[in-house]
Each structure stands twice: as C-alpha cells, then as structure tokens.
Unconditional design. Structure first.
Length: 401
C-alpha cells in the first residue's frame, strides 16, 4: 500500500513565497514602497523590544551597569535598544532614501497635528499646578510627562476641533513656524516656558527650549496669561521630596521606607559617544561597531547641518523647483528647502486632519508608539518619594494634598 504523500517544509515555504510574490505583483510603485517601509518598521519594532528585554534580563550586563545610577541606566537601555535596532535594520543609511515625498509629508502631517493636543495638555498642566482643576488621571506633576508621551490616547483632552485646526494652520502658514521635532518629554516643561517668557524682553532672546508653536500661542491664544499662575502643586511635591531626602541623609530607618535610596552614582549617558562605544565593544561584534562609526562619520562630515538637511529635502523632489536667489548659495538652498517643505506640509495637514476625524468618528483606535519604559520607572520612583514624604509629615499616604 502506497504511503500518504507529505509536503516538505521547504516546498511550503517556496509556495508561500510565490503566493506573496503573486499578491504583490499588481501593486504600484508607491504601494511597494509603503509595504516595504511597513515591513522594515515592524522588524525594527520587534528587534527593539527583543533587545530591550535582553538588556533588562541578561545578567551579563549587570557589571557594566553597576557603577551608574538606576534612572540613567534605564534611559541608556531604552536608547541603546532603539539605536541597535536602527543599525541592524537600516544599516549605514539612517533614512530610507527611496521613500516617496508624498508618503514622507503625509507622515509628517499626521505627527504634526498632535502639537495641538500638546498645547491643550500644557494649559491643563498650568491650571492643575495652580490647583484650579483636578484631573482623575493625574496624581503628580510627572504624570503630565507620561501623558505627553501618550498624547494620542490621553483620555481627558477633547478631540481637535475645526477651529483649533484652523488656528494651527494659521501658525504653519505664518512666519512664526519652524520645523523642529521636540522630544515628547519637552512638551510639558512648564517651568522652563514660564522662565523663558518672563525673562525675555525680545522674541530673539528665547532659549531653544520653547517650541515655536507655543511661542505662537503665547501671542495669539493667550497662553502667556497662564504663566502668572502659582506653581502650588510643584511646591508641595518639592516639600515632600525634600523630607524624604533629608531623612536619607540623616540615615534614619523607618517602617515602610522607600527601598530605593538616593542614587549618587554617576550617570550613564547614552548620548556620550565614548560610553556608547565602550558598551558596543564589550557586548557587540566589530561589524556593528563599524556601522555605528559610519553614522558618526556622516555627522562629522556634515559641517553645515542646515545645508545637509536642505539637500535631503530637495534631492528626491522634481528638478523644476526654483532655487531662491541669495548671494550665499547655501542660504538660498536652505531657504528653498524650508519653503518647499512648508508648502508640502500645508498641502498634507488637511488630509491628516480629515483622516484623524474619520478615525475619531468611526470609533477606531489611534495608533501610537510606546517608548514609556524609562518614564514609567521614573514616575513610579517619584511617587514613592512623595508618598513617603507625606508619611514623614504625619499625613495620609495618598496624593490628596
């Protein structure tokens, strides 16, 4: 009797590859680029998670991290996981040059509209700190940093209205607009914005820490009025935190004391290239080190960052873009690139807002990237300190103060 025929794994893989090729055969060039970009991003995200998990659980890293304080080590792990995944997935090229400009500006616009929500969160931050309002999802000031990072799913900020979007478009079209990407944690630095505004007589005296969108809102939406509110909540948190640290310094031992002592070890700085390379030499192969150094050499060769960025913006675009006249051709190129990028962003923002409204009205979830590991750790640490300070002051161990 003849045995039952079986299909080998190799044939199954071959068939699946052919099916995938057939499925992708009729896709357009832009669809192909979008699919490949998505595949790279998925690989990048998975690698990042795997690398971070290894950094957190593999005992071989403990001796390297031991000399440094815990918070900076958590920052380093998060940065390193992202950086290593980037080096592996994208190789020598940090940016995929094959991306179509329409896809790039569409993505930029989709991210930009969240600046509207950041400013609304900032207003609540000032009012909450002045104890004018209460927010169920906020216990301490550091919670605003958490919601800034997760602005896409912040539950206590209402959806973007047409009026708010129109105001943001006015800003984009104005001379106040500057294309700068700020780290999420910087969007809620309320004490810095207040200081910058109150101590600066002229706009050009601003420090680099205030987003241009906020500067526009200070002039046109009355944001600056909130700067005069007292920082009552921050003062109370500082009082309780000081009680905790004073107790640590005196060496007192009390029941239920926070386990984490004040960490006086030096910082492990992920942005310090010497420290970063030292870690690479210890734990990675020489190939990854060479790729990293290739990135760094590209930075060194970039003697004019703005000029290099202008070239990156204009190179993929049509050849008939008219270059602005300037006696210094470099400045002319930079001005041309900035104007072109602004023009494309103005075109894409209404589409991004329309897409946003569709997802809101359809009850669909809004996507976000989650890089909250270090922030979660820091938040929990600060909460323990404040609660313990409350106990030391003979007050309830809660946030009702």
């Amino acid at each position: 009797m003849q045995g039952k025929l079986t299909t080998s794994p190799e044939i199954l893989i071959f068939r699946k590859r052919n099916m995938d090729e057939d499925k992708n055969k009729n896709e357009s060039y832009s669809e192909k680029l979008a699919r490949e970009k998505k595949e790279r991003e998925e690989k990048f995200e998975k690698l990042k998670v795997d690398i971070l998990n290894d950094l957190k659980t593999n005992p071989k890293f403990i001796p390297f991290f031991e000399p440094f304080n815990n918070i900076s080590v958590e920052d380093f792990k998060l940065y390193y996981a992202r950086r290593k995944a980037e080096l592996i997935v994208y190789g020598k090229y940090a940016v995929d040059e094959e991306e179509e400009s329409c896809s790039r500006y569409s993505q930029m616009a989709s991210e930009k509209i969240w600046e509207i929500q950041q400013e609304k969160l900032l207003r609540l931050n000032y009012k909450w700190n002045a104890e004018l309002i209460k927010i169920k999802e906020v216990d301490i000031t550091w919670d605003f940093d958490f919601w800034s990072l997760h602005i896409v799913r912040c539950p206590f900020i209402p959806a973007i209205t047409q009026e708010e979007f129109d105001t943001y478009m006015d800003y984009i079209k104005s001379s106040s607009f500057e294309e700068i990407n700020y780290e999420p944690a910087l969007w809620q630095n309320i004490q810095n914005y207040k200081y910058q505004y109150l101590s600066s007589a002229k706009e050009e005296d601003y420090g680099d820490g205030t987003p241009y969108w906020y500067r526009y809102c200070e002039k046109n939406k009355g944001l600056a009025e909130l700067y005069n509110l007292p920082s009552l909540r921050s003062q109370k948190e500082e009082f309780y935190s000081n009680l905790y640290y004073e107790e640590q310094e005196k060496g007192k031992k009390k029941k239920n004391i926070v386990k984490e002592d004040k960490d006086d070890r030096p910082d492990l700085n992920a942005y310090d290239n010497e420290q970063f390379e030292e870690f690479l030499k210890f734990f990675e192969d020489s190939r990854l080190l060479r790729i990293h150094r290739a990135f760094e050499k590209d930075k060194e060769r970039d003697t004019d960052g703005e000029l290099n960025q202008a070239l990156k913006i204009l190179q993929p675009e049509p050849a008939n873009i008219e270059i602005r006249y300037n006696k210094d051709w470099r400045l002319g190129l930079i001005e041309t690139a900035n104007e072109y990028q602004k023009k494309r962003l103005i075109e894409e923002l209404p589409k991004a807002y329309k897409k946003y409204l569709f997802r809101i009205n359809a009850g669909l979830e809004l996507e976000e990237k989650d890089d909250s590991d270090t922030l979660d750790y820091s938040n929990a640490f600060h909460k323990k300190i404040i609660l313990h300070g409350r106990v030391l002051n003979n007050e309830p161990e809660d946030f009702n103060f």
